[in-house]
Write a protein that binds this ligand. Structure first.
Ligand code: GUN
Length: 296
């Protein structure tokens, strides 16, 4: 039996339509137009593509949207000054500094400089803390998107064993907290975990967020498990002739072909988790705008 494929695109479209309707209502009834500022430093092609999509989709949802493209040699104090200006800007309710930053910049002080109430990435320690203690928090977009897909697939997940592979600030840690809040039994696995294959094989829900192409093999997966692949890795084509031409394609952290034969349901790469991220960013921006404006 092959796994059910969890398509992110239709779910993301549904959420974008809901956000668009809510933005129209906020504008009509409260004169409130949610505003998003996206900051990109440097010219990394993948980041440029993500930032373009964030700008386009926020505009399409009827939001106020600004994108700040800064040169790769921007200084730390210049970036922090821009963040401070955005914190003070009443038209902006959400601030996202695209990561990774160029290597001469330190991301921690930049994230700390963002007003937690405008931190639509959920990266600030205040939001990470709120999530951990169960207070209303702005939560990282990709993990929230994963949870929407997991709930769409499984419904109630209470008591299920979830294994999260990867412990990043942006994905692994927040998704583990969200799964815990949904009453899963959660294991966080990472590069130092012993017998990672056996740990993965014990998962009813397996979330892969490590950034290593096709690391998780078919025989690491419990038959019938739900597999959420957050990885986006660019690799040469399998076909040697195409690979020789320098052609590349996107693959996840899970060996998709093998996993398809074992899992109960699985997100593809691309078009699985990916489209959910921007949809949840739009939703977080609406949430932030409502909180800042005191609208229910
Ligand atoms: N880089 C890749 N994904 C993300 C994201 O969700 N937010 C930010 N700020 N940077 C990213």
């Amino acid at each position: 039996m092959t796994a059910r494929i969890i398509e992110g695109l239709p779910v993301a479209e549904r959420i974008r339509a809901e956000v668009t309707a809510e933005v129209a209502q906020l504008r009509a009834e409260h004169g409130l137009q949610p505003g998003l500022a996206v900051v990109l430093v440097g010219d990394d092609p993948a980041s440029q593509a993500y930032v373009k999509s964030k700008g386009e989709q926020s505009l399409a949802a009827g939001m106020h949207s600004v994108t700040h493209r800064l040169p790769a040699d921007t200084r730390q104090d210049e970036l922090i000054r821009l963040v401070a200006d955005l914190n003070a800007d009443p038209l902006i309710h959400g601030i996202l500094v695209q990561l990774p930053l160029p290597s001469h910049l330190d991301e921690k002080p930049v994230i700390s400089a963002i007003d937690p109430d405008k931190d639509v990435d959920g990266l600030h320690v205040v939001n990470a803390g709120r999530l951990t203690v169960g207070e209303p928090a702005l939560t990282a977009c990709t993990p929230v998107g994963c949870m929407v897909l997991i709930r769409d697939t499984l419904g109630d997940v209470a008591g299920k064993h979830a294994v999260v592979v990867g412990r990043s600030r942006l994905v692994g840690k927040p998704i583990a907290q969200l799964l815990l809040a949904a009453d899963c039994t959660v294991t966080m696995a990472h590069s130092k975990t012993q017998d990672l294959a056996a740990v993965c094989r014990s998962a009813d829900i397996l979330v892969a967020a490590v950034g290593r192409p096709r690391m998780i093999r078919g025989d690491w997966i419990k038959p019938g498990a739900t597999v959420i692949d957050v990885g986006i890795n660019r690799v040469p084509f399998d076909n040697p002739e195409q690979a020789a031409l320098g052609k590349t394609k996107l693959v996840g952290d899970v060996h998709y072909k093998e996993a398809l034969e074992v899992a109960g349901a699985i997100t593809p790469v691309p078009k699985g988790v990916g489209p959910m991220t921007v949809a949840m960013l739009l939703q977080n921006t609406v949430t932030a705008a409502k909180r800042i404006a005191g609208v229910d």
